[in-house]
Design a protein around this ligand. Structure first.
Ligand code: DCP
Ligand code: MG
Length: 373
Protein backbone atom coordinates (compact mmCIF):
# COMPACT_ATOMS: atom_id res chain seq x y z
CA UNK A 1 0.00 0.00 0.00
CA UNK A 2 1.15 3.46 -0.88
CA UNK A 3 1.25 5.82 2.08
CA UNK A 4 0.98 9.58 1.96
CA UNK A 5 4.06 11.38 3.30
CA UNK A 6 3.79 14.00 6.03
CA UNK A 7 1.46 16.91 5.20
CA UNK A 8 4.16 19.60 5.01
CA UNK A 9 5.55 18.28 1.75
CA UNK A 10 2.45 17.10 -0.03
CA UNK A 11 1.61 18.10 -3.62
CA UNK A 12 -2.14 18.37 -4.09
CA UNK A 13 -4.02 19.19 -7.29
CA UNK A 14 -7.72 20.03 -7.40
CA UNK A 15 -9.27 19.69 -10.85
CA UNK A 16 -12.72 20.99 -11.75
CA UNK A 17 -14.26 20.89 -15.22
CA UNK A 18 -15.55 24.18 -16.64
CA UNK A 19 -19.34 24.54 -16.95
CA UNK A 20 -19.31 20.76 -17.07
CA UNK A 21 -22.74 19.64 -18.35
CA UNK A 22 -23.04 22.71 -20.59
CA UNK A 23 -19.56 22.23 -22.11
CA UNK A 24 -20.35 18.60 -22.92
CA UNK A 25 -23.59 19.69 -24.62
CA UNK A 26 -21.76 22.40 -26.59
CA UNK A 27 -19.10 19.89 -27.60
CA UNK A 28 -21.67 17.37 -28.86
CA UNK A 29 -24.02 19.92 -30.46
CA UNK A 30 -22.05 22.52 -32.46
CA UNK A 31 -25.22 24.63 -32.82
CA UNK A 32 -25.08 25.37 -29.05
CA UNK A 33 -21.52 26.72 -29.15
CA UNK A 34 -21.03 30.39 -28.29
CA UNK A 35 -24.68 30.59 -27.13
CA UNK A 36 -26.25 31.06 -23.70
CA UNK A 37 -27.12 27.46 -22.83
CA UNK A 38 -28.89 26.20 -19.72
CA UNK A 39 -28.80 22.52 -18.75
CA UNK A 40 -31.42 21.39 -16.26
CA UNK A 41 -35.17 21.36 -15.77
CA UNK A 42 -37.06 23.02 -18.60
CA UNK A 43 -38.72 26.36 -17.71
CA UNK A 44 -42.06 25.00 -18.97
CA UNK A 45 -42.01 22.20 -16.41
CA UNK A 46 -42.90 22.48 -12.73
CA UNK A 47 -40.15 23.26 -10.25
CA UNK A 48 -37.27 22.80 -12.69
CA UNK A 49 -33.90 24.15 -11.60
CA UNK A 50 -30.73 25.04 -13.48
CA UNK A 51 -28.07 22.34 -13.16
CA UNK A 52 -25.51 24.52 -14.89
CA UNK A 53 -25.23 27.27 -17.47
CA UNK A 54 -22.65 27.97 -20.18
CA UNK A 55 -20.34 30.91 -19.52
CA UNK A 56 -22.29 32.84 -22.19
CA UNK A 57 -25.47 32.36 -20.09
CA UNK A 58 -23.73 33.29 -16.82
CA UNK A 59 -23.25 36.83 -18.15
CA UNK A 60 -27.00 37.24 -17.70
CA UNK A 61 -26.80 36.23 -14.05
CA UNK A 62 -27.92 32.63 -14.57
CA UNK A 63 -26.37 30.11 -12.18
CA UNK A 64 -26.75 26.58 -10.80
CA UNK A 65 -29.75 25.85 -8.55
CA UNK A 66 -31.72 28.85 -9.84
CA UNK A 67 -35.32 28.10 -10.88
CA UNK A 68 -35.35 27.59 -14.67
CA UNK A 69 -38.29 29.99 -14.99
CA UNK A 70 -36.14 32.75 -13.48
CA UNK A 71 -33.29 31.87 -15.86
CA UNK A 72 -35.65 32.31 -18.81
CA UNK A 73 -36.69 35.71 -17.51
CA UNK A 74 -33.06 36.79 -17.19
CA UNK A 75 -32.23 35.64 -20.71
CA UNK A 76 -35.28 35.03 -22.92
CA UNK A 77 -33.14 33.82 -25.85
CA UNK A 78 -31.25 31.23 -23.78
CA UNK A 79 -31.41 27.64 -25.01
CA UNK A 80 -32.64 25.06 -22.46
CA UNK A 81 -31.74 21.38 -22.64
CA UNK A 82 -32.27 18.43 -20.35
CA UNK A 83 -29.22 16.76 -18.81
CA UNK A 84 -27.83 13.52 -20.29
CA UNK A 85 -26.37 11.94 -17.16
CA UNK A 86 -25.08 8.81 -18.88
CA UNK A 87 -22.88 10.92 -21.14
CA UNK A 88 -21.52 12.98 -18.22
CA UNK A 89 -20.83 9.82 -16.28
CA UNK A 90 -18.86 8.41 -19.17
CA UNK A 91 -16.85 11.65 -19.55
CA UNK A 92 -16.22 11.53 -15.81
CA UNK A 93 -14.87 7.99 -16.11
CA UNK A 94 -12.51 9.11 -18.87
CA UNK A 95 -11.25 12.08 -16.84
CA UNK A 96 -10.48 9.75 -13.95
CA UNK A 97 -8.63 7.46 -16.32
CA UNK A 98 -6.43 10.43 -17.30
CA UNK A 99 -5.79 11.21 -13.61
CA UNK A 100 -4.86 7.60 -12.94
CA UNK A 101 -1.91 7.86 -15.33
CA UNK A 102 -0.25 10.06 -12.71
CA UNK A 103 -1.50 8.81 -9.34
CA UNK A 104 -3.82 6.33 -7.64
CA UNK A 105 -4.57 8.80 -4.86
CA UNK A 106 -7.66 10.29 -6.48
CA UNK A 107 -10.63 11.50 -4.43
CA UNK A 108 -13.59 12.39 -6.64
CA UNK A 109 -15.93 14.97 -5.11
CA UNK A 110 -18.49 14.81 -7.88
CA UNK A 111 -18.58 13.83 -11.54
CA UNK A 112 -16.49 16.83 -12.58
CA UNK A 113 -14.21 17.44 -9.63
CA UNK A 114 -11.43 15.59 -7.82
CA UNK A 115 -8.44 15.95 -5.55
CA UNK A 116 -5.20 14.28 -6.60
CA UNK A 117 -2.22 13.66 -4.37
CA UNK A 118 0.77 13.68 -6.74
CA UNK A 119 3.50 13.83 -4.09
CA UNK A 120 4.84 10.56 -5.48
CA UNK A 121 3.55 10.60 -9.04
CA UNK A 122 3.72 7.36 -10.99
CA UNK A 123 5.76 8.82 -13.85
CA UNK A 124 8.32 10.50 -11.62
CA UNK A 125 7.61 13.94 -13.08
CA UNK A 126 8.00 15.57 -9.69
CA UNK A 127 6.44 18.93 -10.54
CA UNK A 128 2.75 19.19 -9.61
CA UNK A 129 2.42 22.23 -11.88
CA UNK A 130 3.73 20.25 -14.84
CA UNK A 131 1.37 17.35 -14.04
CA UNK A 132 -1.62 19.70 -13.87
CA UNK A 133 -0.64 21.19 -17.26
CA UNK A 134 -0.39 17.73 -18.81
CA UNK A 135 -3.75 16.67 -17.37
CA UNK A 136 -5.45 19.79 -18.73
CA UNK A 137 -3.85 19.20 -22.14
CA UNK A 138 -4.98 15.54 -22.23
CA UNK A 139 -8.53 16.54 -21.29
CA UNK A 140 -8.46 19.05 -24.13
CA UNK A 141 -6.93 16.68 -26.71
CA UNK A 142 -8.82 13.53 -25.82
CA UNK A 143 -12.18 14.89 -24.68
CA UNK A 144 -12.37 18.35 -26.32
CA UNK A 145 -13.21 19.90 -22.95
CA UNK A 146 -11.50 22.34 -20.60
CA UNK A 147 -10.73 22.00 -16.92
CA UNK A 148 -9.34 24.32 -14.27
CA UNK A 149 -6.62 23.22 -11.88
CA UNK A 150 -5.44 24.48 -8.51
CA UNK A 151 -2.15 23.32 -7.06
CA UNK A 152 -0.92 23.64 -3.50
CA UNK A 153 0.26 21.68 -0.47
CA UNK A 154 -3.21 20.94 0.89
CA UNK A 155 -6.78 20.33 -0.21
CA UNK A 156 -8.28 23.58 1.00
CA UNK A 157 -5.88 25.89 -0.82
CA UNK A 158 -5.84 23.71 -3.97
CA UNK A 159 -9.63 23.86 -4.19
CA UNK A 160 -9.79 27.61 -3.81
CA UNK A 161 -6.95 27.98 -6.31
CA UNK A 162 -8.77 26.01 -9.02
CA UNK A 163 -11.57 28.57 -8.91
CA UNK A 164 -9.33 31.61 -9.31
CA UNK A 165 -8.68 31.66 -13.06
CA UNK A 166 -11.75 29.75 -14.25
CA UNK A 167 -12.46 28.80 -17.05
CA UNK A 168 -9.36 26.98 -18.37
CA UNK A 169 -7.51 28.15 -15.27
CA UNK A 170 -4.23 27.07 -13.75
CA UNK A 171 -3.13 28.46 -10.40
CA UNK A 172 -0.26 27.44 -8.17
CA UNK A 173 -0.14 28.67 -4.59
CA UNK A 174 3.14 27.60 -3.04
CA UNK A 175 3.92 27.33 0.68
CA UNK A 176 5.46 30.80 0.92
CA UNK A 177 2.40 32.43 -0.68
CA UNK A 178 -0.24 30.65 1.42
CA UNK A 179 -0.34 32.88 4.49
CA UNK A 180 -0.71 36.11 2.50
CA UNK A 181 -3.32 34.46 0.30
CA UNK A 182 -5.34 33.28 3.30
CA UNK A 183 -5.19 36.70 4.94
CA UNK A 184 -6.84 38.30 1.92
CA UNK A 185 -9.52 35.62 1.57
CA UNK A 186 -13.09 36.76 2.40
CA UNK A 187 -14.58 34.74 5.29
CA UNK A 188 -17.41 33.33 3.17
CA UNK A 189 -14.84 31.44 1.08
CA UNK A 190 -13.62 29.49 4.10
CA UNK A 191 -14.48 25.82 4.17
CA UNK A 192 -17.60 25.23 6.26
CA UNK A 193 -18.60 28.89 6.54
CA UNK A 194 -22.22 29.12 5.44
CA UNK A 195 -24.56 32.07 5.15
CA UNK A 196 -25.35 32.37 8.85
CA UNK A 197 -21.76 31.95 10.08
CA UNK A 198 -20.55 34.51 7.51
CA UNK A 199 -23.21 36.94 8.75
CA UNK A 200 -22.15 36.37 12.33
CA UNK A 201 -18.49 36.86 11.47
CA UNK A 202 -19.24 40.12 9.66
CA UNK A 203 -21.29 41.42 12.56
CA UNK A 204 -18.20 40.80 14.71
CA UNK A 205 -16.07 42.81 12.26
CA UNK A 206 -14.47 39.68 10.79
CA UNK A 207 -14.36 40.09 7.02
CA UNK A 208 -11.17 38.37 5.88
CA UNK A 209 -8.68 35.74 6.93
CA UNK A 210 -6.52 38.48 8.43
CA UNK A 211 -9.40 39.42 10.78
CA UNK A 212 -9.92 35.77 11.80
CA UNK A 213 -6.21 35.44 12.48
CA UNK A 214 -6.40 38.07 15.21
CA UNK A 215 -8.54 35.73 17.35
CA UNK A 216 -7.01 33.07 19.55
CA UNK A 217 -8.00 29.43 19.11
CA UNK A 218 -10.07 29.63 22.29
CA UNK A 219 -11.92 32.71 21.09
CA UNK A 220 -12.70 31.04 17.77
CA UNK A 221 -13.97 27.90 19.53
CA UNK A 222 -16.04 29.98 21.94
CA UNK A 223 -17.77 31.78 19.08
CA UNK A 224 -17.99 29.09 16.42
CA UNK A 225 -17.87 25.80 18.30
CA UNK A 226 -15.82 22.89 16.97
CA UNK A 227 -15.44 24.56 13.56
CA UNK A 228 -13.43 27.30 15.33
CA UNK A 229 -10.52 24.90 15.70
CA UNK A 230 -10.55 24.22 11.97
CA UNK A 231 -10.71 27.95 11.15
CA UNK A 232 -7.74 28.56 13.43
CA UNK A 233 -5.63 26.09 11.48
CA UNK A 234 -6.87 26.83 8.01
CA UNK A 235 -6.26 30.56 8.29
CA UNK A 236 -2.63 29.66 8.97
CA UNK A 237 -2.59 27.51 5.85
CA UNK A 238 -2.73 24.24 7.78
CA UNK A 239 -5.09 21.57 6.43
CA UNK A 240 -4.07 18.02 7.23
CA UNK A 241 -7.00 16.27 5.56
CA UNK A 242 -5.72 13.42 3.40
CA UNK A 243 -6.79 12.68 -0.16
CA UNK A 244 -9.10 9.71 0.37
CA UNK A 245 -9.31 7.51 -2.71
CA UNK A 246 -12.19 5.30 -1.63
CA UNK A 247 -14.46 7.71 0.12
CA UNK A 248 -18.04 6.76 -0.47
CA UNK A 249 -20.87 9.24 -0.35
CA UNK A 250 -23.31 7.85 2.20
CA UNK A 251 -25.67 10.78 2.39
CA UNK A 252 -26.24 14.12 0.80
CA UNK A 253 -27.67 16.96 2.82
CA UNK A 254 -28.52 20.63 2.91
CA UNK A 255 -29.64 22.59 5.92
CA UNK A 256 -30.03 26.14 7.04
CA UNK A 257 -30.01 27.92 10.37
CA UNK A 258 -32.32 30.90 10.21
CA UNK A 259 -31.47 34.37 11.42
CA UNK A 260 -34.79 34.33 13.32
CA UNK A 261 -36.96 31.40 14.45
CA UNK A 262 -39.70 30.23 12.09
CA UNK A 263 -43.16 29.90 13.63
CA UNK A 264 -45.63 29.73 10.73
CA UNK A 265 -46.15 26.66 8.57
CA UNK A 266 -46.05 28.87 5.50
CA UNK A 267 -42.51 30.08 6.26
CA UNK A 268 -41.36 26.57 7.13
CA UNK A 269 -42.69 25.17 3.86
CA UNK A 270 -41.08 27.97 1.86
CA UNK A 271 -37.69 27.30 3.48
CA UNK A 272 -38.11 23.55 2.98
CA UNK A 273 -38.71 24.12 -0.73
CA UNK A 274 -35.49 26.12 -0.98
CA UNK A 275 -33.51 23.50 0.93
CA UNK A 276 -35.06 20.71 -1.19
CA UNK A 277 -33.85 22.51 -4.31
CA UNK A 278 -30.31 22.55 -2.93
CA UNK A 279 -30.36 18.86 -2.05
CA UNK A 280 -31.86 18.04 -5.43
CA UNK A 281 -29.21 19.92 -7.37
CA UNK A 282 -26.47 18.34 -5.25
CA UNK A 283 -27.91 14.93 -6.05
CA UNK A 284 -27.77 15.80 -9.75
CA UNK A 285 -24.23 17.07 -9.38
CA UNK A 286 -23.15 13.84 -7.70
CA UNK A 287 -25.36 11.68 -9.88
CA UNK A 288 -26.79 9.99 -6.80
CA UNK A 289 -30.38 8.98 -6.33
CA UNK A 290 -31.42 8.07 -2.81
CA UNK A 291 -34.32 6.00 -1.49
CA UNK A 292 -34.51 7.65 1.93
CA UNK A 293 -35.41 11.23 2.71
CA UNK A 294 -34.66 12.58 6.18
CA UNK A 295 -35.96 15.80 7.65
CA UNK A 296 -34.00 17.45 10.45
CA UNK A 297 -35.54 20.02 12.75
CA UNK A 298 -33.81 22.01 15.46
CA UNK A 299 -36.06 23.99 17.79
CA UNK A 300 -35.21 27.28 19.49
CA UNK A 301 -34.26 25.36 22.65
CA UNK A 302 -31.70 23.41 20.51
CA UNK A 303 -33.64 20.17 20.84
CA UNK A 304 -33.17 18.29 17.59
CA UNK A 305 -35.29 15.63 15.92
CA UNK A 306 -35.06 13.73 12.63
CA UNK A 307 -37.84 12.00 10.71
CA UNK A 308 -37.25 9.70 7.74
CA UNK A 309 -39.18 8.01 5.01
CA UNK A 310 -37.83 5.30 2.73
CA UNK A 311 -39.14 4.21 -0.62
CA UNK A 312 -38.63 1.11 -2.74
CA UNK A 313 -37.46 3.19 -5.68
CA UNK A 314 -34.95 6.04 -5.76
CA UNK A 315 -36.54 9.45 -5.46
CA UNK A 316 -35.78 11.22 -8.70
CA UNK A 317 -37.85 14.39 -8.76
CA UNK A 318 -37.67 17.65 -6.88
CA UNK A 319 -41.44 17.59 -6.35
CA UNK A 320 -41.17 14.26 -4.54
CA UNK A 321 -38.47 15.55 -2.22
CA UNK A 322 -40.53 18.64 -1.40
CA UNK A 323 -43.73 16.63 -0.87
CA UNK A 324 -42.02 14.09 1.40
CA UNK A 325 -40.26 16.76 3.46
CA UNK A 326 -43.56 18.59 3.91
CA UNK A 327 -45.36 15.42 4.98
CA UNK A 328 -42.62 14.63 7.48
CA UNK A 329 -42.80 18.18 8.79
CA UNK A 330 -46.61 18.11 9.07
CA UNK A 331 -46.41 14.93 11.14
CA UNK A 332 -44.41 16.81 13.82
CA UNK A 333 -47.24 19.34 14.47
CA UNK A 334 -44.92 22.24 13.68
CA UNK A 335 -47.44 25.11 13.79
CA UNK A 336 -46.59 27.56 16.54
CA UNK A 337 -43.28 25.92 17.45
CA UNK A 338 -40.08 27.88 17.13
CA UNK A 339 -37.77 26.38 14.57
CA UNK A 340 -34.21 27.61 14.16
CA UNK A 341 -32.90 25.04 11.68
CA UNK A 342 -34.33 22.87 8.94
CA UNK A 343 -32.42 20.31 6.92
CA UNK A 344 -33.11 17.62 4.35
CA UNK A 345 -30.86 14.70 3.49
CA UNK A 346 -30.94 11.90 0.95
CA UNK A 347 -29.39 8.52 1.68
CA UNK A 348 -29.60 4.85 0.69
CA UNK A 349 -28.06 5.39 -2.70
CA UNK A 350 -28.52 2.94 -5.56
CA UNK A 351 -28.77 -0.16 -3.39
CA UNK A 352 -30.94 -3.12 -4.25
CA UNK A 353 -33.89 -3.52 -1.89
CA UNK A 354 -35.52 -6.72 -0.67
CA UNK A 355 -39.08 -6.54 -2.03
CA UNK A 356 -41.14 -7.59 1.00
CA UNK A 357 -40.01 -4.90 3.39
CA UNK A 358 -40.85 -2.19 0.98
CA UNK A 359 -44.21 -3.15 -0.40
CA UNK A 360 -45.88 -0.90 2.12
CA UNK A 361 -43.71 2.05 1.20
CA UNK A 362 -44.46 1.53 -2.49
CA UNK A 363 -48.21 1.65 -1.94
CA UNK A 364 -47.87 4.72 0.18
CA UNK A 365 -45.65 6.26 -2.41
CA UNK A 366 -48.14 5.78 -5.21
CA UNK A 367 -50.88 7.32 -3.11
CA UNK A 368 -48.79 10.29 -2.16
CA UNK A 369 -47.03 11.23 -5.31
CA UNK A 370 -48.77 9.73 -8.29
CA UNK A 371 -46.24 9.80 -11.09
CA UNK A 372 -43.76 12.24 -9.58
CA UNK A 373 -41.23 9.59 -8.71
N1 DCP B 1 -24.58 20.77 -10.82
C1 DCP B 1 -25.94 20.67 -10.55
N2 DCP B 1 -26.52 21.47 -9.59
C2 DCP B 1 -25.76 22.36 -8.90
C3 DCP B 1 -24.39 22.45 -9.15
C4 DCP B 1 -23.83 21.64 -10.14
O1 DCP B 1 -26.63 19.86 -11.16
N3 DCP B 1 -26.33 23.13 -7.97
C5 DCP B 1 -23.99 19.90 -11.88
C6 DCP B 1 -23.92 20.61 -13.19
C7 DCP B 1 -22.50 21.05 -13.33
C8 DCP B 1 -21.75 19.97 -12.56
O2 DCP B 1 -22.65 19.55 -11.54
O3 DCP B 1 -22.08 21.13 -14.67
C9 DCP B 1 -20.46 20.47 -11.97
O4 DCP B 1 -20.68 21.48 -10.99
P1 DCP B 1 -19.76 22.73 -10.80
O5 DCP B 1 -20.16 23.40 -9.55
O6 DCP B 1 -18.33 22.34 -10.96
O7 DCP B 1 -20.19 23.72 -11.97
P2 DCP B 1 -19.76 23.72 -13.49
O8 DCP B 1 -18.74 22.70 -13.81
O9 DCP B 1 -20.99 23.64 -14.33
O10 DCP B 1 -19.16 25.18 -13.66
P3 DCP B 1 -17.75 25.76 -13.18
O11 DCP B 1 -17.04 26.14 -14.44
O12 DCP B 1 -18.08 26.93 -12.33
O13 DCP B 1 -17.06 24.66 -12.43
MG1 MG C 1 -17.06 22.47 -12.59
Amino acid sequence: METTPPPACRKIIHIDMDAFYASVEQRDNPEYRGKPLVVGGLPQGRGGVVATASYEARKFGIHSAMPSKQALQLCPHALFVKPRFDVYKEVSRKIREIFSRYTDLIEPLSLDEAYLDVTLDKLGIGSALEIAKQIKQSIRDELQLTASAGISVNKFVAKIASDINKPDGLKFIGPSAIEVFMEKLPVEKFHGVGRVTAQKMKSMGLHTGADLKKLTEDELIKNFGKAGRFYYKIVRGIDERQVQPHRETKSLAAEDTFSYDLTSLEEMEAELTRIAQLVYSRSLKNNLKGRTITLKIKYSDFKQITRSQSFSMPVVSLEAIIATARQLLAATSPEGRQIRLLGISLSNFNEPVPVKQHEKATVQLKLSFGNFI
